[in-house]
Design a protein around this ligand. Structure first.
Ligand SMILES: NC(=O)C1=CN([C@@H]2O[C@H](COP(=O)(O)OP(=O)(O)OC[C@H]3O[C@@H](n4cnc5c(N)ncnc54)[C@H](OP(=O)(O)O)[C@@H]3O)[C@@H](O)[C@H]2O)C=CC1
Ligand SMILES: O=C(O)CCCCC(=O)O
Length: 476
């Protein structure tokens, strides 16, 4: 089931020539799945050269042809979703239904970009002289490099690749070392859809060496990264020093505001479902739960009762509703968040204890009365922990929700139009969802503000960072 791992360079699936190697682990049992190919500098040079050569032709490829290939990609994604999802679960751990859903969502991303890439319009600007024609052209910027994470190993990589290719750019992808098969199977789909060689390359190995080498290359025009804010800061600095354009999709610490006039049943169902999806390893995951004081205790107990229905287990088991954490190091991290919150006065309501045995399992955990100085309320837990605090007024809760340097997603539940208006206008976030969980669709912009990054993926903004505007004025 788990494939033999290769890189994809110049239209061929190849081994790495780097000296080191690394095992890819199964998070459900900590067993070795495969050995990760390690790129050498010469491998990276071949990826750079093939991308640069391919760009010379791909940038002139008519949009209708780019669109046709992306539609074929969507078709192949749907055909291969079951197998791709099951492989994704083996290396990342999420329940197989979630994994298949992640892969299928990329068929929608492919179709969105197939439609939108035919609407990359320039414009004619009325000139001051009758014999002068002024036009603003949109042109693909060139060879791009994408660094994608392990939490949504297929969809977070796909968002970058499909936008670059749809815009007429070429792209070198370095997926997470923990989840390499997902991006290799993605390369196979683009290959089988007839994408010309060199338009899409996949490399793997030492993240630090690869990013340093590629970002310093004069061939590369842009980078896109999804991952932690500390790594994002490092890559953005390197990109800045080398004058590369950047898209940064970084960490988050989403506040949830539940007003006393909310539909409690719906809020509990929605929020438990999304909080513990992917074992909470989602950058837009609801994390700090602010609940209005007069419904606080009732909400916490109803939320916790719902949490107890979650079935933790191996992602390949169809009855599992929450899998393990992707890496073993994250289990100790979770315990640190819980112990610190409790030592500082927080109350453990359910979960909160590291189980024994194989696999990176950690129970869905609910904390209440979490003090502001707790690690949990300041650093991104990126795991299956919900922390509750009461609030009294909208003014107070907006101040607390905006307190952190993160600004990715935020949520609110209220039946009051004026509360919804005040909250959506008052929150410092790139995305706000009110009375439902409605983010990360192909047709809607995805991205953050403050230290959650910049740039947008998806929506009508999706090609912006892969295009340059050329102004042409011509006297006849
Ligand atoms: N915004 C998001 O969607 C995501 C955010 N995160 C953040 O990361 C934190 C924990 O994940 P963890 O993996 O431990 O975090 P890291 O910051 O160590 O790694 C995050 C990602 O960045 C990559 N990476 C690390 N160093 C470099 C580098 N020098 N050059 C290029 N890529 C690099 C990693 O790839 P590799 O594994 O191959 O080294 C990994 O995919 C979470 O708390 C969360 O904040 C994580 C995933 C997704
Ligand atoms: O956490 C991220 O990297 C992106 C979240 C996407 C969520 C989704 O696709 O449903």
């Amino acid at each position: 089931m788990y494939p033999n791992l290769k890189m994809y360079i110049g239209g061929q699936f190849v081994d790495g020539h780097g000296e080191s190697s690394q095992s890819v682990m199964n998070p459900s049992n900590n067993e070795v799945l495969a050995t990760l190919p390690y790129a050498s500098e010469s491998d990276l040079d071949r990826a750079l050269e093939s991308s640069e050569q391919a760009f010379r032709l791909w940038k002139k490829e008519p949009a209708v042809e780019r669109s046709r290939i992306l539609r074929k990609v969507a078709e192949l994604i749907r055909e291969r979703a079951e197998n791709t999802g099951r492989v994704l679960t083996l290396e990342q751990g999420k329940p197989v239904r979630e994994a298949i859903g992640e892969v299928l969502s990329c068929a929608e991303h492919a179709e969105w970009h197939a439609e939108e890439c035919r609407r990359i319009y320039g414009r004619v600007i009325p000139s001051r002289k009758s014999n002068v024609q002024q036009t603003a052209l949109k042109e693909p910027i060139g060879v791009c490099v994408a660094f994608s994470p392990w939490n949504f190993p297929f969809s977070q990589a796909f968002r970058k690749v499909v936008a670059a290719i749809g815009a007429g750019c070429t792209v070198i992808l370095k997926g997470s070392s923990d989840t390499p098969a997902s991006v290799m199977l993605m390369a196979q789909i683009f290959h089988d859809a007839g994408l010309p060689k060199g338009v899409f390359n996949v490399v793997s190995g030492d993240s630090g060496m690869i990013s340093e080498y590629l970002i310093r290359s004069p061939i590369v025009q842009k980078i896109s990264f999804t991952g932690s804010t500390p790594v994002g800061r490092k890559l953005a600095s390197l990109a800045g020093a080398n004058m590369k354009r950047c898209t940064m999709e970084l960490g988050g610490h989403a506040p949830v505001i539940v007003c006393d006039d909310a539909d409690i049943d719906k809020a509990v169902k929605d929020l438990v479902g999304f909080k513990f999806r992917n074992a909470g390893q989602i950058c837009i995951c609801p994390t700090r739960f602010f609940v209005q004081r007069n419904i606080y205790n009732d909400f916490v107990s109803r939320f916790s009762e719902e949490v107890k229905t979650i079935k933790v287990g191996c992602g390949s088991d169809d009855s599992t509703t929450m899998g393990p954490l992707a890496q073993s190091r994250r289990v100790a991290e979770m315990q640190k968040f819980v112990d610190d919150a409790c030592q500082k006065g927080g109350v453990l309501v359910t979960g909160g204890e590291t189980p024994s045995g194989a696999g990176n399992f950690y129970p869905p955990t609910v904390l209440k009365d979490v003090p502001d100085d707790a690690m949990f309320m300041n650093d991104e837990p990126f795991g299956p922990i919900a922390g509750f605090v009461p609030f009294d007024s909208i003014t107070e809760v907006l101040e607390r929700a905006n307190q952190l340097s993160f600004g990715l997603a935020a949520y609110a539940y209220t039946s009051s139009v004026s509360n919804a208006h005040r909250i959506t206008n008052g929150l410092e976030a790139g995305m706000v969802s009110v009375n439902h969980i409605g983010l990360a669709l192909a047709e809607t912009p995805f991205g953050g503000v403050k230290e959650s990054g910049y740039g947008r993926e998806g929506g009508s903004e999706t090609f912006d960072s892969y295009l340059a505007t050329k102004f042409v004025t011509q006297m006849s």
